[in-house]
Design a protein around this ligand. Structure first.
Ligand SMILES: [Zn+2]
Ligand SMILES: [Zn+2]
Length: 337
């Protein structure tokens, strides 16, 4: 039976049109799918979007960190200001260099114009909802003061634990090179599952009001928005790294894991699908899937690596049908209460 269109049906569709929209429906990543697609899965794992935009760049950052920028592990056996401050400054510099660099490239110097930029809106200025009324300054504040501090705190915990032999396993890459590399490939998939559950939790009203609202001030996002969160959210969001307590890991995995969570969040919120060179996409940056979450709030809590949203009925693949399916599901739930 047909019914009148309500405000619910058009919610989110009354927003300004996208400047750029990839082809919809959004395609999921073919790694965790049923029936299995092994060839497509391997192709994806070796693709520009994964191997060359995630595993290789973040693997290199982690390797450089471990080889040149990490205080000797023997120094980490006792908590001392000097090595902890060194780690904080290192993380801050890495973050400012990459995330700040992306901001300069896309927003200050506008080197890519609006090519592959999802939202047509600019970043917020003179808006009371932001700290100092400016979106970029607000985002820099939460990212650097809270984000880099808690990211460093998790690293300090691991380095101190390794130094004191408190972790049950230490993976030597010379003895287990294949396992070492496989863990790097697996980390973002684990994060995808963890992120879905903690993100749903963060949308629980009391927690949303206290913590997650800070991140959602950013309807239109830029590189600095990704890691702009309340300290409580940073604490919960970064807790996915604790999985290394259970599995044989190397400090390089810890750096990879946390840098991917912190710097990777900056990359995934640039608001540009890819960084292009001479008009051709080179590094994959932001998924449209999460842009929809920032615009519509109650869908796409996970990301495309593991189809958690599809599994739990909160997936929005960019089509109008997906939107009404989500709204109808919610209405049915309310009616059943
Ligand atoms: Zn976000
Ligand atoms: Zn959210």
């Amino acid at each position: 039976m047909s019914r009148a269109i309500t405000k619910d049906d058009i919610a989110g569709q009354d927003k300004p049109p996208w400047n750029y929209q990839p082809s919809i429906p959004i395609e999921g990543v073919p790694v965790f799918v049923w029936p299995p697609r092994p060839v497509a899965a391997i192709k994806y794992l070796l693709s520009r979007a994964y191997l060359f935009s995630v595993v290789i760049p973040f693997g290199l950052f982690a390797l450089i960190t471990w080889a040149y920028l990490q205080p000797a592990i023997t120094r980490c056996a006792t908590f001392e200001f000097s090595w902890i401050a060194q780690m904080y400054l290192r993380n801050l510099m890495l973050f400012v260099l990459i995330v700040g660099g992306l901001h300069l490239y896309f927003f200050a110097f506008k080197r890519q114009g609006k090519q592959l930029k999802f939202s047509g809106q600019t970043l917020g200025r003179d808006d009371r909802k932001y700290f100092t009324r400016d979106q970029v300054r607000d985002n820099v504040f939460w990212s650097c003061v809270s984000g880099v501090t808690l990211w460093t705190a998790y690293e300090v915990f691991f380095m101190w634990s390794y130094a004191n032999g408190l972790l049950p396993f230490y993976l030597d890459w010379r003895e287990h090179p294949v396992w070492f590399v496989l863990i790097l490939f697996a980390i973002p998939f684990w994060d995808s599952v963890h992120f879905y559950f903690i993100h749903r939790l963060l949308h629980w009203k009391p927690l949303y009001r206290v913590a997650h609202a800070v991140h959602h001030r950013n309807v239109s996002t830029g590189p600095w928005s990704g890691f702009s969160m309340h300290p409580l959210e940073h604490l919960i969001y970064l807790s996915n790294v604790l999985i290394h307590i259970l599995f044989a890991s190397h400090p390089i995995h810890i750096f990879f894991h946390l840098q991917w969570n912190a710097i990777g969040a900056g990359m995934s919120h640039t608001g540009y699908e890819s960084l292009t060179v001479r008009g051709k996409p080179l590094i994959y940056l932001s998924p449209f899937h999460h842009q929809l979450h920032h615009r519509l709030y109650n869908c796409n809590y996970g990301n495309s690596l593991v189809p958690m949203d599809k599994l739990f009925g909160s997936d929005h693949d960019g089509t109008a049908e997906a939107w009404s399916a989500i709204r109808n599901g919610r209405r049915a739930k309310v009616a059943a209460v």
